[in-house]
Write a protein that binds this ligand. Structure first.
Ligand SMILES: *[C@@H]1O[C@H](CO)[C@@H](O)[C@H](O)[C@H]1NC(C)=O
Ligand SMILES: *[C@@H]1O[C@H](CO)[C@@H](O)[C@H](O)[C@H]1NC(C)=O
Ligand SMILES: *[C@@H]1O[C@H](CO)[C@@H](O)[C@H](O)[C@H]1NC(C)=O
Ligand SMILES: *[C@@H]1O[C@H](CO)[C@@H](O)[C@H](O)[C@H]1NC(C)=O
Ligand SMILES: *[C@@H]1O[C@H](CO)[C@@H](O)[C@H](O)[C@H]1NC(C)=O
Ligand SMILES: *[C@@H]1O[C@H](CO)[C@@H](O)[C@H](O)[C@H]1NC(C)=O
Ligand SMILES: *[C@@H]1O[C@H](CO)[C@@H](O)[C@H](O)[C@H]1NC(C)=O
Ligand SMILES: *[C@@H]1O[C@H](CO)[C@@H](O)[C@H](O)[C@H]1NC(C)=O
Ligand SMILES: *[C@@H]1O[C@H](CO)[C@@H](O)[C@H](O)[C@H]1NC(C)=O
Length: 440
């Protein structure tokens, strides 16, 4: 179980590629590979509670895709969001963009100018979207979305004229009655066979599985829901332990949702308290549910395990510890630093999403396949240190469309429904769509 750990520690920040899109040729599999681009503008830092964290030695790696919308193409950088169900872009008229000399560049992320597009059509439907407690409003349009060599002719998109701080967003999830997700739009356009995608490190692969990027079995789990929750990428988690010692096993299974828009991960209070107790003398959680502790108390080589049925992920605990409050992990061991911040926090703000929220500090470390047609998620250990060539196979439509995947639901917990911690009065969510990684 530990064999991979030595390699893992050496890899911080290695996943960043000099990214542009690539699309497989017609005679190849029906897949679309989208490597993320660095979030150089970091406008979204505004959405984090730590606005100006010292980024001297770090660089951001994030779920940002480089796309165009309109004819002629207008350049847009948009966040890939696994939690939400809407797709929206800033309007060039948005007051957020007034802050910039070049309105259309809008801080480097780009904004949409309907008047400048010959293919844009304004729909007779208003866009109103509740983004974790903040209302985003504007108009719906359809226009040409280009993502790499692939074109979606009439992509429905909310064009935001009124908003608090927000960002261009492309949902990869289920969509709802008014919004379609990018994944579904690519399936409808025939680019991919089935609305499904793989996500690992900072790469999204629509319609396919890259067998060279994971090792061990690819285990499949059914999507679950809490009765009061919106349908989302949510499965049961069976345990979290430190040094293979579980302090909260009786609280599990718990529903766990995948959310690329938050950097940290969140667990119910009872689980947070048990994990914090294992680390030692932690502070009381701050208003965001995060604790700090003396770095020396963490212990070198401490590990953390996440269990889903037959599958266990093991990482160094230091990968879930940061030197700064409110950010994702720094990915390194800092024996000389005094204060460490645990990036698995008590879920105080995101209870609307689920009991456990797995942010990009977790998601960027696993290989995951999200299958919207079959309501399943497949997971495997990420193989990102080996430079072996891609081995991409298509996901087909219908049952068992994810090649090589097998059920990961263990006999022991098969019939357990999974506990959902009911939501309490939450605060406005703190979200930021990026992972902070160390530049090594
Ligand atoms: C996005 O794509 C455009 C057009 O190919 C390119 O000019 C631009 O540099 C890219 N942006 C990033 C951040 O990669
Ligand atoms: C911007 O606002 C003006 C006036 O409100 C309107 O006429 C125009 O169509 C808008 N442009 C876009 C691109 O939304
Ligand atoms: C939008 O595009 C139109 C037509 O190209 C242009 O006249 C207008 O200035 C643009 N609006 C902004 C705010 O850049
Ligand atoms: C779609 O989802 C958004 C965000 O949850 C919500 O604000 C909107 O009302 C939903 N629209 C419909 C038609 O259900
Ligand atoms: C959640 O699952 C239950 C049982 O599987 C189902 O009856 C219910 O409709 C689902 N709720 C939602 C919101 O999808
Ligand atoms: C640690 O957390 C406590 C709150 O429990 C806070 O008072 C203290 O300032 C924090 N320490 C650091 C160095 O951030
Ligand atoms: C925890 O706190 C107690 C009491 O303040 C102290 O004696 C002990 O050394 C601390 N342990 C660690 C690992 O810091
Ligand atoms: C975990 O085990 C390692 C030795 O393998 C030890 O150094 C470390 O202190 C332990 N951590 C915790 C939190 O118990
Ligand atoms: C941590 O692992 C390294 C490499 O295996 C080893 O040299 C070191 O002694 C270990 N430290 C502890 C406290 O177990």
């Amino acid at each position: 179980m530990r064999s991979g750990l030595a390699c893992l520690l050496g890899l911080a920040g290695a996943a960043l590629t000099n990214a542009t899109f690539s699309v497989e040729k017609r005679d190849g599999p029906a897949v679309l590979t989208v490597p993320m681009v660095p979030d150089t503008s970091r406008q979204l830092a505004k959405r984090s509670k730590s606005v100006d964290v010292g980024l001297k030695n770090e660089r951001y790696v994030s779920y940002v895709a480089n796309v165009t919308f309109g004819t002629p193409p207008q350049n847009i950088l948009a966040y890939f969001d696994t939690w939400g169900n809407g797709c929206w872009l800033h309007s060039v008229n948005n007051s957020d963009c007034d802050l910039y000399v070049d309105h259309s560049a809008c801080g480097g992320y780009g904004s949409y100018n309907l008047t400048a597009s010959t293919t844009g059509k304004e729909l007779d439907e208003k866009f109103a979207y509740d983004d974790s407690g903040r209302m985003i409003t504007g108009d719906f349009v359809t226009d040409v979305l280009r993502i790499g060599g692939v074109k979606v002719d009439a992509m429905k998109m909310g064009i935001v004229t009124e908003a608090p701080i927000t960002s261009n967003t492309l949902s990869l999830g289920y969509g709802n009655a008014s919004s379609i997700s990018l994944t579904q739009a690519l399936a409808d356009a025939g680019t991919i066979n089935s609305p499904a995608f793989s996500l690992w490190g900072q790469t999204a692969l629509f319609g396919g599985v890259n067998r060279a990027r994971y090792f061990g079995p690819l285990y499949t789990f059914p999507i679950v829901n809490g009765s009061d929750l919106t349908k989302a990428f949510r499965i049961n988690m069976d345990d979290i332990s430190i040094n293979e010692t579980s302090a909260a096993s009786t609280k599990f299974p718990l529903d766990a949702v995948f959310d690329t828009a938050v950097t940290m991960s969140y667990v119910p209070k009872s689980v947070a308290q048990a994990l914090n107790a294992q680390i030692g003398n932690t502070s009381v959680p701050d208003e965001y549910g995060q604790v700090n502790f003396s770095c020396s108390a963490m212990g070198e080589n401490s590990t953390i395990e996440f269990k889903f049925g037959e599958l266990e992920f093991q990482f160094y605990l230091s990968q879930f510890v940061s030197q700064q409050s409110g950010t994702g992990t720094n990915d390194w061991w800092y024996p000389d630093e005094e204060t460490c911040y645990f990036t698995i926090c008590e879920n105080v703000n995101l209870q609307d999403e689920g009991s456990i929220v797995l942010g990009s500090n977790f998601m960027s470390r696993v290989y995951a396949v999200f299958d919207l047609e079959n309501d399943e998620i497949s997971l495997a250990n990420l193989n990102w240190w080996e430079r072996n060539p891609d081995d991409i196979v298509e996901i087909t439509s219908g049952k068992n469309g994810v090649p090589g995947a097998k059920s990961g639901v263990s006999e022991a917990t098969k019939d357990s429904a999974g506990t959902h911690i009911e939501k309490g009065p939450g605060m406005i969510a703190v979200v930021v769509g990026a992972v902070l990684m160390l530049n090594v």
